[in-house]
Design a protein around this ligand. Structure first.
Ligand SMILES: *[C@@H]1O[C@H](CO)[C@@H](O)[C@H](O)[C@H]1NC(C)=O
Ligand SMILES: *[C@@H]1O[C@H](CO)[C@@H](O)[C@H](O)[C@H]1NC(C)=O
Ligand SMILES: CC(=O)N[C@H]1CO[C@H](CO)[C@@H](O)[C@@H]1O
Length: 482
């Protein structure tokens, strides 16, 4: 009897285990099938729009050499580091470690200036000594230029650089700005989702950047670019890289003077040239407020990630800045921030002489892309732009041109709400993955009709690179809209 019971129990366990295994295999198949359908859906929308003309795109400002290193290799955790802490600029190794901890535990991207060149150069040398370290062409403007060129645009980049860095840039890109002896270097300290550093673990793959720029903060290519623009009328002017001015030790009044030059450059463009401003990580409040007054009102379009929109939203709405925000915010939260920001900027711009009317906002996050465009404007293909931005996000982070379902995960739920306050629920349709709808935004006495598109991102589960992601994604979205 006892023997029989044991046998039966053993059989039941075996059968159960087989069933569980089959169940898991099936659910995995179902999941992969869903992902495949979704990818095909996105690719179908992306491919519907081929770029036939060769749009002219001029991009300011800057270039650098990006040196990539794995965070765990370069930065060693120890008890002495103590509490994580934010610093506007990094002056010592301890400040670097404390500041890294501050952003790493939130999975938030950060970019900081290091005034001590010796300390910075030592750090770069150490980073380069690891076999896994590598370098590429970097800087927002340059990465965007490479992406626009790859998408078939006629590209001009404003950048001052060494001959050897210039040689690495494809010849089809027209670089204006002149030559320097030493290129600016950005040290990109990368980590993956779930990486552990001392008592902290990262909520998502991201990067912490330090630099000791001497050329980019001064927008050294400005005059050459301005001269070119006086005779050249691009379809799109992109303003980016201004975060290199953040906490740079300018003589009194110099920073403002430079920004006023940027403002003038934007203001002098023909209405036929659309202007896009790419946000970045800003922690110097004076600089951010100056941007809100002198740059943002002169742009037609804005691009930013989830940290940057939270920061800009707080700056314009509360008058304070936000150093870190949720790195995986809900769609409803981001759409609400986009609505508020759109209204605030439109209202503010009304009282600014020669300002432009904001007609486009693109927010790129880890899990989705959201684009607003004002209806009846020249921005076209918003749905396709969201799809292309989403695919580019995956391709960039996975460093592949082919989307592999085994390396892709969908972290969005089956449906999302369009707003925190009485939003509508929209179901994610994997056959038609980009959801678009119309809304009316009331700003002052005007009712503005906009189209909203949201595309899910297939998150890359084997992140190969995160820096430059935003630049690739923003450009990929823009290229289908101009
Ligand atoms: C800069 O860093 C080097 C190397 O860590 C250090 O020896 C030097 O004292 C620092 N200089 C200043 C001005 O802090
Ligand atoms: C900014 O101000 C708002 C409203 O006073 C407040 O809720 C928020 O926490 C502040 N944010 C920061 C980062 O200080
Ligand atoms: C996958 C992808 O498109 N990533 C690109 C992002 O942009 C840089 C610069 O153009 C490229 O080197 C990457 O390949």
């Amino acid at each position: 009897m006892g023997y029989n019971k044991g046998l039966k129990f053993g059989t039941v366990v075996t059968v159960l285990m087989v069933l569980v295994a089959i169940y898991y295999r099936n659910s995995e198949n179902v999941l992969q099938k869903r992902l495949k359908t979704l990818i095909r859906g996105l690719e179908r929308i992306e491919n519907k729009h081929v770029i036939i003309s060769r749009p002219k795109v001029a991009i300011g400002y800057g270039v650098c050499t990006d040196v990539f290193v794995n965070a765990e290799q370069l930065l060693k955790y120890s008890e002495e580091i103590g509490q994580p802490e934010h610093f506007d600029e990094i002056n010592t190794e301890l400040e670097l470690l404390k500041s890294f901890a501050y952003y790493f535990r939130h999975g938030a991207a950060a970019e900081r200036y290091m005034p001590n060149r010796t300390l910075f150069d030592d750090l770069v040398t150490k980073a380069r000594s690891f076999p896994s370290s590598y370098s590429t062409i970097g800087g927002n403007a340059a990465v965007m230029a490479l992406r626009f060129a790859r998408e078939g645009c006629d590209v001009t980049l404003a950048a001052k650089l060494t001959k050897s860095l210039h040689q690495m840039i494809p010849q089809i890109i027209n670089v204006v700005g002149g030559e320097v002896k030493r290129d600016d270097i950005h040290l990109i300290i990368e980590y993956k989702h779930g990486d552990v550093w001392g008592p902290y673990s990262s909520a998502r793959a991201n990067r912490y950047i330090v630099h000791n720029d001497a050329i980019n903060p001064l927008i050294s290519s400005f005059d050459a670019f301005d001269k070119l623009l006086s005779t050249y009328q691009p379809n799109l002017l992109v303003i980016s890289g201004l975060q290199m001015m953040d906490n740079y030790p300018f003589p009194d009044g110099e920073q403002k003077k430079l920004l006023l030059k940027v403002k003038k450059q934007m203001m002098e463009r023909s209405p036929l040239t659309r202007i896009h401003f790419e946000m970045a990580s800003f922690v110097e409040d004076k600089l951010l407020f100056e941007l809100c007054d002198s740059v943002i009102p002169f742009a037609d379009s804005l691009g930013m990630n989830e940290q940057e929109i939270a920061n800009l939203h707080n700056a314009m709405y509360y008058g304070n800045i936000s150093l870190v925000a949720n790195s995986t915010p809900r769609i409803a939260t981001v759409l609400d921030q986009m609505r508020t920001l759109f209204k605030l900027i439109r209202m503010k711009s009304k009282s600014i002489l020669n300002s432009r009317e904001l007609t486009r906002i693109h927010v790129h996050t880890l899990a989705y892309q959201a684009i607003f465009t004002v209806k009846g404007t020249t921005w076209k293909n918003t749905m396709a732009a969201a799809a292309k931005a989403s695919l580019t996000a995956h391709r960039h982070v996975c460093a592949t041109s082919y989307v592999d379902v085994r390396k892709a995960a969908l972290i969005l739920d089956d449906s999302f709400s369009t707003s925190i306050i009485d939003g509508t629920r929209i179901a994610l349709d994997i056959n038609k993955p980009v959801s678009c709808w119309d809304e009316i935004l009331r700003t002052g006495t005007d009712d503005i009709s906009i189209q909203v598109c949201v595309a899910p991102v297939l998150v890359c589960t084997e992140a190969a690179q995160t820096a430059g992601g935003g630049d690739n994604i923003s450009s990929a979205g823009l290229v289908l809209q101009i």
